[in-house]
Structures are given as C-alpha cells and as structure tokens.
Design a protein around this ligand. Structure first.
Ligand SMILES: Cc1cc2nc3c(=O)[nH]c(=O)nc-3n(C[C@H](O)[C@H](O)[C@H](O)COP(=O)(O)O)c2cc1C
Length: 179
C-alpha cells in the first residue's frame, strides 16, 4: 500500500526545493499531497505543487473537505507522515506555541502521525536562542528535526541554515515512516 506523505511548504526562499523533493518521493512510489502556509504563495505557486503531485493543494481552512470534515482534520487523518520542508522560524515558533492560525499549523496540531521539520533560514535566525528553544521544545514532544546544512545562504552569508540535502530529507522521512 502506498504511503501518504503530506508535505507542508512554508514561506522560505528554499520553497522551490519542495518541487524536487516531490519528484524524489514520487519516484519511490509515495503519494504526496501538499499544504501551504500563509506565506508560501509568495514564493511558489499552488498550481506548480498541484501539477507535480497530481493532487489538490489545500490552502484555506474554512471550506469542508469532500467527506464533509474540516480540511485540517481530514488532511491529518490521511497522512502517514507530515513533512514540513522547508520549515520557517515562524512555523516552528507557532507550532511550538500551539498556534493554529492557518491550514498548515492546524493540520500539524491535529496530526496523529509523525511530524518531521526540515528548517531553512538565515544562520542568525537558526542560532537565535528563542528559535533553538522552540526546536528543543518540539523535539521533547516527539517532533522530528532534520538539521539544516552549513554553506552559502540566500542572503549572501555563509553559515548554518541551508535546507538539508534533499537525499537526507528523503532518508530521514523514510526512517520515520519505517519504510
Ligand atoms: C526573500 C525572503 C526570503 C525568506 N526566507 C526565509 C527562510 O528561508 N526562512 C525563514 O524562516 N523565513 C524566511 N523569510 C521570512 C518569512 O517569509 C516570514 O517569516 C513569513 O512570515 C513566514 O510565514 P510562514 O511561516 O507562514 O510561511 C523570508 C522572507 C523573504 C522576504
């Protein structure tokens, strides 16, 4: 039986890498569905994600799914794993605080399956003690993290904050899925 990966895409400059990630998962036979955070549409289009996954992207909260349940509940129920890649500092902070103000944060909160975050951000953001504290808090509550890589960042600096290599994200997601 095909496993369902629910990919959460957020408003990071690395969001275009979600497209390659979808391809890697689909080549391995996984079904991939996407949800977008509030800001993700500033960086990548819904149409692109829908074309690559062959599935509708859920962006809004306030419309019932085909099975008449709230979209964040049905999305969470259908997923075998939720992967948030790239994950912004904002999403990490919101999930850690229990905030559910868009489809992505609400679905993660409603999840019964494992949730994996692959952060991507500027090195100062990643090393901000508040961000680190939120990551630690989530880790202690059973959420998985794939540490970002060191290297050139979109802002022109060098440091830790690049989205982890896609192969590592696939490997770690499969480890969590047990496949
Ligand atoms: C060009 C640009 C690139 C950005 N890249 C990142 C990023 O890689 N990581 C991050 O945490 N925030 C990044 N931000 C800031 C987020 O877009 C901002 O915090 C936003 O509120 C995140 O919303 P979301 O978490 O709902 O997607 C970037 C902003 C801009 C303008």
């Amino acid at each position: 039986m095909k496993k369902n990966i629910l990919l959460g895409v957020t408003g990071s400059i690395a969001s275009f890498k979600a497209c390659s990630l979808i391809g890697l998962f689909r080549e391995k036979g996984y079904a991939v569905r996407c949800m977008m955070s509030r800001s993700a549409g500033r960086f990548i289009t819904q149409l692109t994600l829908e074309t690559l996954t062959g599935e509708r992207v859920v962006r809004g909260m306030f419309r019932l799914s085909e099975n008449s349940s709230p979209p964040h509940i049905s999305l969470a129920d259908e997923a075998d794993v939720i992967l948030v890649a790239p994950a912004t500092a904002d999403i990490i902070g919101k999930v850690s605080a229990g905030i559910c103000d868009d489809i992505l944060t609400s679905t993660v909160c409603a999840a019964g399956c494992p949730v994996v975050f692959a952060p991507a951000m500027n090195d100062k953001m990643f090393n901000n003690p508040i961000v680190r504290e939120k990551i630690e808090h989530l880790r202690q509550n059973g959420y998985h993290f794939i540490d970002p890589a060191k290297g050139p960042l979109a802002c022109g600096r060098e440091g830790e904050g690049r989205l982890a290599p896609l192969e590592r994200i696939v490997e770690e997601t499969e480890r969590v899925l047990g496949t």
